[in-house]
Design a protein. Structure first.
Length: 266
């Protein structure tokens, strides 16, 4: 694994998390703004997390986990769609562990492994029953593309399911690359999936940033040495501010202007 690099902006002091008073980012080596084209002509790239960032997927994930647990004899209704939405953002295994912990029975990681395959099948069958894009998500991505930036997805959802969900939501064509949990031998917060998403989108890491909603996304950005923009409309809400991202995004309508402070639009 490549050594971790930490993104810091030289020059003026960094703005506070959630503040719009942010100075543009710069390439540490030559002082160029991160979005400007270098000698290879590659454009800037915005990499999005999927669950809790582009789309509210918690209800379908929780329903799939609950159905899977019930079918295995652990009882239904162990996971609450509202109260446990944050756990849904950590993935299917986290939901299965939560449900098993509430079953009143002894369980092990072997049981989680055994249930994970049935969970994925159950989730695929209902992947877009309740899931919706967050308001303005598609419009914001289109605005970034119109401004000359590429868009990609880097998620810890299995790649095939990420591709399926984006297609069902009608936005797969907006993204030049999709990297999932099983696209590489490692997943976020390791920086390699992020770098792969940027490179497959035709960009370079030095002129990219990540838009996400969790500590995993923040850690991924730190490991890749890029700015992190965290949304406050995901399951964790404004609590993501404690992670000290480079900026907070309160609604997708604000995203193009916020991105432009790091990756100037055409």
């Amino acid at each position: 694994m490549a050594p971790r690099r930490f993104y810091r902006r030289p020059g003026p002091p960094q703005g506070r998390a959630g503040s719009n008073d942010l100075s543009p980012g710069y390439n540490r080596e030559d002082g160029r703004k991160l979005g400007q084209s270098g000698g290879n002509g590659r454009r800037g790239t915005v990499v999005f997390d999927l669950d809790g960032t582009l789309a509210d997927t918690a209800a379908d994930l929780i329903a799939a986990a609950d159905a899977c647990l019930a079918a295995a004899g652990h009882g239904a209704g162990r996971i609450d769609p509202a109260a446990d939405a944050v756990t849904a953002g950590r993935g299917g295994r986290a939901l299965l562990r939560l449900g098993l912990s509430r079953s009143g029975r002894a369980w092990s990681e072997a049981e989680v492994d055994r249930l994970y395959g049935p969970f994925l099948a159950e989730y695929e069958a209902r992947i877009d029953r309740e899931t919706r894009l967050y308001d303005g998500a598609a419009e914001a991505v289109r605005a970034l593309r119109a401004g000359g930036l590429a868009a990609a997805v880097c998620t810890n959802k299995p790649e095939r399911l990420a591709e399926l969900l984006l297609a069902r939501l009608g936005v797969r064509g907006l993204f030049a690359a999709v990297i999932g949990a099983d696209s590489l031998p490692v997943r976020k917060p390791d920086p390699l999936p992020y770098r792969a998403a940027v490179e497959r989108a035709g960009g370079e890491v030095a002129r990219s940033l990540l838009v996400g909603d969790t500590e995993t996304d923040r850690q991924t950005a730190l490991a890749a040495g890029v700015p992190a923009l965290l949304v406050t409309f995901g399951p964790q809400g404004a609590g993501v501010g404690r992670l000290l991202p480079d900026a907070l995004v309160h609604r997708f309508a604000d995203l193009p202007a916020t991105v432009a402070r790091f990756l100037p639009l055409a």
